[in-house]
Design a protein around this ligand. Structure first.
Ligand SMILES: CC(C)(COP(=O)(O)OP(=O)(O)OC[C@H]1O[C@@H](n2cnc3c(N)ncnc32)[C@H](O)[C@@H]1OP(=O)(O)O)[C@@H](O)C(=O)NCCC(=O)NCCS
Length: 186
């Protein structure tokens, strides 16, 4: 069990903070978009109550210390444009996974790179982590580009790891070590 002392991060343009019930409509907008969900591990949401359940689970997991999921809010407008999470913490091996999504209108602005950089600075400095992993569909070029920009290393291909709405998908597996992050040019 991992307790999170810091759950709010700010950058030049963004504020990351725990999800609240008021974020349901904004999250639904993101997760009901088939283009956003094209390479996600489940089908697009069809009902607002899926957003409510997602937020309830995130709130419980945050309190239990098993997942750090935050809303990504544009500081200037207060609009929630996506979410970012560290999850599947493995205490013995000091690793976890990262997951993220932005609404389509927020793509191509560097928001995710900015949000993940802030979270990784925090994660490697304050949490007992040695390694962070990402599981990406190899057709998801935008996500792989974002990971490469952050210094994640493409470590291999896991074949037919997912079956989403009947579609069999591979995983491009990425890893980032604390030593990679610390050595990264700023
Ligand atoms: C994955 C995802 C978050 C990437 O979004 P993105 O907008 O491409 O990524 P970033 O926020 O880091 O933006 C980077 C782009 O913004 C551009 N950009 C514009 N202004 C910028 C700025 N001030 N700083 C940095 N980059 C900037 C960059 O040039 C870059 O474009 P490029 O990749 O064509 O070179 C997005 O495609 C998404 O949410 N997809 C759906 C959900 C998903 O697949 N999640 C991942 C599952 S593994």
């Amino acid at each position: 069990m991992q307790m999170f002392e810091t759950t709010t991060f700010t950058t030049e343009r963004l504020r990351m903070r725990p999800l609240t019930a008021l974020d349901a409509a904004a999250l639904f907008e993101v997760f009901s978009d088939p283009e956003v969900m094209r390479y996600w591990s489940c089908a697009p949401w069809t009902e607002l109550k899926q957003a409510d359940e997602y937020i309830d689970n995130a709130t419980q997991d945050l309190a239990a210390g098993s997942m750090l999921r935050v809303a990504i809010e544009v500081a200037a407008s207060g609009k929630v444009v996506g979410q970012l999470a560290l999850h599947h913490f493995d205490e013995q091996n000091r690793r976890c996974e990262i997951g993220y999504a932005l609404g389509r209108a927020a793509w191509g602005k560097g928001y995710m790179t900015e949000a993940i950089t802030s979270m990784l600075d925090h994660a490697f400095a304050e949490l007992p982590l040695n390694r962070i992993e990402a599981d990406v569909d190899p057709r998801n070029a935008a996500s792989m580009q974002a990971l490469a920009r952050l210094g994640f290393v493409h470590e291999g291909l896991l074949r037919e790891r997912w079956i989403v709405a009947g579609e069999v998908c591979d995983t491009a597996f990425y890893g980032l070590l604390k030593s990679d992050w610390d050595a990264r040019p700023r």
